[in-house]
Design a protein. Structure first.
Length: 270
């Protein structure tokens, strides 16, 4: 059960934080680290609270971690460096670290977003049972948002279908992906996204795994599929390039730690 405290930490949560194993400190979409991808110490975490650098913090005792969000005017922490959260997901070796980072960041974002009830305007409170904000007036509950998105590796004999997204600054080729729409199954979303982006029809769709991806609040649901028919016809407003590639001669692909990399390299279980 999350315990949100005030920014000065004068609550029972401050004492309970000492028992946590992991301490996440965020600044908007960045995370503070020490060496490599190691997380800050308890002493650093508490010092930020005591010096009133945090806008909110909490501890989730069942999962043995604590997390805080720094105020927007606080840019540095002594002894720590700031890393983009996306890079942390690429470089951190521990799946537990990455999953808890996604959970913590999502809940802290919820705390910033739902200050007042969208239904009646009353100031929201932190729920004492679930990781949610609750309205004391009308009882409305709001949970951290999760936006399901599919990502699919399409295979054609010894080749795989890769695309380069127009909206990304990097030059890598990745897998076809897109958000699930209301009233749509995951398999239907796979078929639609591949068809919309590349003009290709697919068959033999199989679930391959999932990964939290907090950019901003996604849950990536990975699939493989086999080519059925069609010629590549790019959705030009979405893609810069698309093509079939042999695994022995790949273009630049997403970095390790991403679900796309694991799909392409065939190690979704890692």
């Amino acid at each position: 059960m999350p315990i949100i405290t005030d920014m000065t930490g004068q609550s029972e949560g401050l004492a309970k934080a000492h028992s946590a194993d992991l301490f996440f400190i965020f600044s908007e979409n960045d995370i503070f680290i020490t060496q490599g991808t190691s997380l800050p110490s308890y002493e650093t975490f508490i010092k930020c609270i005591q010096e009133e650098k945090t806008s909110a913090w909490y501890i989730e005792t069942e999962l043995n971690y604590a997390a805080s969000m720094l105020k927007k005017d606080c840019k540095e922490i002594q002894g720590c460096s700031k890393m983009p959260l996306r890079q942390f997901f690429w470089e951190a070796q521990s799946k537990k670290f990455k999953n808890l980072a996604a959970r913590a960041h999502g809940f802290l974002r919820l705390n910033e977003t739902y200050i007042y009830c969208p239904k009646c305007g009353t100031k929201m409170q932190t729920d004492t049972v679930e990781a949610a904000k609750i309205c004391p007036s009308c009882g409305r509950k709001d949970f951290p948002h999760i936006e399901p998105a599919v990502i699919v590796l399409v295979r054609k004999k010894d080749e795989i279908l890769l695309v380069k997204n127009k909206n990304r600054t990097s030059e890598f080729f990745g897998c076809v992906s897109g958000f699930v729409e209301h009233g749509e199954t995951l398999e239907e979303c796979v078929v639609r996204e591949v068809k919309e982006e590349t003009g290709i029809s697919v068959t033999n769709i199989k679930y391959a795994g999932s990964q939290p991806w907090p950019f901003p609040d996604q849950l990536m649901l990975a699939f493989t599929a086999d080519y059925k028919e069609g010629e590549i016809k790019m959705q030009e407003e979405e893609l810069d390039d698309a093509g079939w590639f042999n695994k022995n001669n790949l273009p630049v692909i997403p970095r390790p730690g991403s679900v796309a990399y694991n799909l392409i390299m065939g190690n979704m279980n890692n």
